[in-house]
Write a protein that binds this ligand. Structure first.
Ligand code: HEM
Ligand SMILES: *[C@@H]1O[C@H](CO)[C@@H](O)[C@H](O)[C@H]1NC(C)=O
Ligand SMILES: *[C@@H]1O[C@H](CO)[C@@H](O)[C@H](O)[C@H]1NC(C)=O
Ligand SMILES: *[C@@H]1O[C@H](CO)[C@@H](O)[C@H](O)[C@H]1NC(C)=O
Ligand SMILES: *[C@@H]1O[C@H](CO)[C@@H](O)[C@H](O)[C@H]1NC(C)=O
Length: 326
């Protein structure tokens, strides 16, 4: 009797260690598709690796896309919906610079071939964001899945919910807090600006007309202002600038060095020096050799972001085409 009992507890213990992960309180879990579409993540990984080897700049665009989906109506794929009257989230000004929708469509078609009607567009955005970061030498993290797709996409909601580049620290903190994200998540996820580009329109006022008197932003390094002015002439909205000059195609922690030197491109980047907790994080990650701490933090914060107001269970739908409701 004693032996089978020990065997039994041993099995229970092993199940606890290696059994299927339980869904968290949002209803998401790592490996949601392991039975219903076992090759889903491998298929996404392959397409994104190929995409980035051909067009490295898309990594940044695909990371940003998941962020912009999650901050408006939660991570429900509503960013991807088309509107015949151009009233969808993607038609809102802050989303007009998003790129890479066709890559999401490509991933979706491949997954529909493999297992029709199973993998949501919202989950595709989350997995793609991870693989995009991995593709530019950033961290890997386990993506929770099990999101379903929302049916509503509203331009006004995008305008109201996407934080503008001129946000100050109070707006940034409250915007993150509203969505269950911490001050640490704010400073860690802002590190996403280690890759990618910006259009002059997002920071031009810092160069030429900061308070409406033809002045520039005193919190921005004057040498950097001079350099930016060469690229962005007054009124220029469309020229582009690297956000992390020198390594905008590598996911590293140079962003924090730049911000600490008052070379963060947006007011929202500079504002991270105005709070003791975010400032401390920046200072401890500036000029540090080794990205391990930031990499680990980034994975944790991306998982947190991926939990915002998700639809699970029988809510929403699994779309056949990410751009239109079934
Ligand atoms: C904290 C508030 C944030 C603000 C105000 C903000 C603002 C912006 C702006 C204005 C741009 C440039 C758009 C353009 O002119 O083309 C941009 C680009 C970008 N953002 Fe953010 N962002 C924020 C947070 C984040 C987060 C949380 C992530 C991801 C974790 C992220 C990832 C990116 C990336 C990768 C780009 C480059 C996009 C590209 O190369 O196409 N941002 N952001
Ligand atoms: C979009 O959202 C705004 C703000 O919440 C709301 O006033 C408006 O009625 C919504 N539009 C549609 C078509 O539902
Ligand atoms: C931050 O920005 C908000 C909205 O633009 C504004 O209402 C608030 O007064 C600003 N706070 C500080 C401390 O500047
Ligand atoms: C600077 O801003 C002020 C106030 O918003 C505006 O009246 C003025 O036309 C702007 N100047 C330029 C050169 O854009
Ligand atoms: C959505 O709109 C884009 C651009 O407006 C277009 O290229 C795409 O084919 C549309 N997708 C669907 C499914 O209607």
């Amino acid at each position: 009797m004693a032996i089978p009992m020990q065997l039994f507890s041993c099995l229970v213990f092993l199940l606890f260690l290696f059994g299927p992960a339980a869904a968290n309180e949002q209803g998401l879990k790592v490996g949601f598709y392991s039975e219903t579409c076992p090759r889903a993540e491998a298929i996404v990984e392959k397409i994104i690796a190929e995409t980035i080897s051909v067009a490295p700049s898309l990594a940044a665009a695909l990371l940003r896309m998941h962020f912009h989906d999650c901050f408006v109506r939660g991570c429900d794929g509503s960013l991807l919906l088309n509107s015949s009257t151009n009233q969808a989230e993607k038609n809102a000004i802050p989303n007009l610079r998003l790129r890479g929708f066709q890559i999401i469509d490509k991933v979706k078609s491949a997954l529909e071939m493999e297992c029709p009607g199973v993998v949501s567009c919202a989950d595709i955005l989350a997995i793609v964001a991870r693989d995009a970061v991995v593709g530019v030498k950033g961290p890997y993290w386990e993506v929770e899945t099990g999101r379903r797709d929302g049916r509503v996409s509203n331009l006004t909601e995008a305008l109201q919910n996407l934080i503008p580049p001129f946000a100050n620290i109070s707006l940034l903190k409250s915007g993150f807090a509203q969505r269950g994200l911490s001050v640490k998540d704010l400073v860690v996820l802002s590190g996403g600006h280690t890759i990618g580009i910006s259009h002059c329109s997002s920071f031009n006022s810092r160069l030429y007309n900061f308070t409406g008197k033809g002045d520039s932003d005193p919190t921005l390094d004057p040498n950097y202002i001079a350099k930016l002015k060469l690229k962005c002439k007054p009124g220029d909205e469309d020229s582009i600038e690297e956000m992390d000059p020198g390594s905008f195609r590598t996911f590293d922690e140079k962003y924090y060095t730049l911000v600490s030197k008052r070379r963060g491109l947006f007011e929202s980047d500079a504002a991270l020096l105005d709070d003791s907790e975010t400032r401390a994080y920046i200072q401890s990650h500036a000029n540090i050799n080794g990205v391990a701490g930031f990499f680990k933090d980034f994975g944790v914060s991306m998982v947190n972001m991926g939990r915002i107001e998700v639809l699970t269970g029988t809510m929403g739908e699994i779309r056949k085409h990410c751009a239109r409701v079934n």
